[in-house]
Design a protein around this ligand. Sequence first.
Ligand SMILES: *[C@@H]1O[C@H](CO)[C@@H](O)[C@H](O)[C@H]1NC(C)=O
Ligand SMILES: *[C@@H]1O[C@H](CO)[C@@H](O)[C@H](O)[C@H]1NC(C)=O
Ligand SMILES: *[C@@H]1O[C@H](CO)[C@@H](O)[C@H](O)[C@H]1NC(C)=O
Ligand SMILES: *[C@@H]1O[C@H](CO)[C@@H](O)[C@H](O)[C@H]1NC(C)=O
Ligand SMILES: *[C@@H]1O[C@H](CO)[C@@H](O)[C@H](O)[C@H]1NC(C)=O
Length: 461
Amino acid sequence: MSLLVSTWRTVGVFFILLMQSVSATDCTCELTSAEKPFPKGELLSIETAAVECNQKFQSAKRTEEAALRLGLHQRLLQLQGDVSALEREDDGGLYGAVSLRIIELELAEILQLLDKLNRTHLMHRNLSTDVNATMHEVRAELKQLEKYDHMQIAQKLEENKRLQRNLAQCQEELQATPPPPTPTPGNCPQGHLVNVEGPRTYTITQYGTSYTYGAWGRDPRPAPGKESWYWLTPLTSSNAFANYVRQYTSLSALIAGVAPKDFSIASGNPTTNTIQGPNMVMYGDALYYGCYNNPSVCRFNLTSRAVTTAPLPPNSGINNKVPFCHLEACYVYTDLDLLTDESAVWVVSTSAENYGNVIISEVEPGDTPRLRPPMKTSLHKRTATNTFMVCGVLYATRYVDKETEEIFYSFDTQSGLERYNLSIRFRKMQTNIQSLNYSPLDHKLYVFSDAYAITYDVIFE
Ligand SMILES: *[C@@H]1O[C@H](CO)[C@@H](O)[C@H](O)[C@H]1NC(C)=O
Ligand SMILES: *[C@@H]1O[C@H](CO)[C@@H](O)[C@H](O)[C@H]1NC(C)=O
Ligand SMILES: *[C@@H]1O[C@H](CO)[C@@H](O)[C@H](O)[C@H]1NC(C)=O
Ligand SMILES: *[C@@H]1O[C@H](CO)[C@@H](O)[C@H](O)[C@H]1NC(C)=O
Ligand SMILES: *[C@@H]1O[C@H](CO)[C@@H](O)[C@H](O)[C@H]1NC(C)=O
């Protein structure tokens, strides 16, 4: 323990916080970093080594490895981009904790790819010793960097929190009558939803950038043995339709694209009972989604491979009539949004009776699923980009700009209370969010955004 503490001291970042009341209306913080900057040089040399390694592999022209190499190449490009971004964020020796976190995740993913590449090579018994040596070096260096990164981030996040607290305190002191804190909505035992932090995971999938629409996540009520599994379903036809759900045994398997298991709903696409629209969820080892050209919720049972349907309320919008939108565009075939929370599956839709505003129904489980009578909200569907549900409270997001999405609306299904003033913003990695769902298992938002699979932490207080 004491060894750990002393290691932290030597490697750690030391901040000196100077709080000054310069004038009656100012709060300032002065930051001094006593730490050497992030080892960019090391990162670059690893990059060069990995690129060289990659080039050597290319001469080998093995088709089985081509896909892997492409993945690795993409990761390196992404890493390069993010290192540049990190440099831009550089404010005198301190780097954005978010960027560092992303780079940490990328390094882990590159490690996995290298591992897989190595396994494929060993199978071929054709690995040149030269490449093998380089890979060993890269591996060792990445491990080092990973360690370094962990400490930096943990410590910086702590420091940032402390600074924010102090700044808030200072500001409070200056304000003669501080406004009373507004309670945030929520019925969760773990508290109120107050923020969304991340990204935590940010990865391209096995499909690369082939499909910009899709969804992924975890089943909150997994079948025995599938507790750590993840699912992923890109819309493989016209950004609108799909006919199978893919599962992986772990998050790293999904990231590396290893050993996927496909569950086919129909051989054709699109056809009766196949998937229409990206906003689907897995629950109780079944996929809930909008049925192709049919005003119903479909449930595909992965065990029996059977599809059962629950009709939507009369005059519900389907077939791209009432999608999610922002000022510049709409997300095609997003008429329905399936959601999971702690207790149930829900469906967000619209009805003519409610003037195209959102209605929300709970899906009753059973041999044949049914929808409970819908609750009406005043939320106009086209002003929202997506919705999710936490502990019986519906939240809606809207598009702010290319980098920012905002949770602006909530509807409490217990009290019927609506709010339009939430203003919880989070940073996007890509411009568009095609699907978004809350997982009660790990309190994360699972986002499919322009072909990338992303997670965020939901923060309760
Ligand atoms: C191994 O490499 C040699 C040339 O170095 C090549 O002729 C051979 O086809 C390779 N074997 C496999 C299984 O890739
Ligand atoms: C790769 O290199 C390591 C040590 O650098 C060695 O132990 C291993 O046998 C090598 N593998 C192959 C396939 O040459
Ligand atoms: C490749 O895999 C073998 C066996 O799993 C391992 O001994 C070796 O260290 C690996 N090489 C690299 C560069 O990871
Ligand atoms: C799926 O099918 C299996 C086998 O027929 C059944 O035991 C299970 O209850 C079904 N699941 C759902 C969610 O209907
Ligand atoms: C937000 O809206 C709710 C419901 O309309 C209201 O009770 C609350 O005071 C509002 N909060 C702020 C900060 O305006």
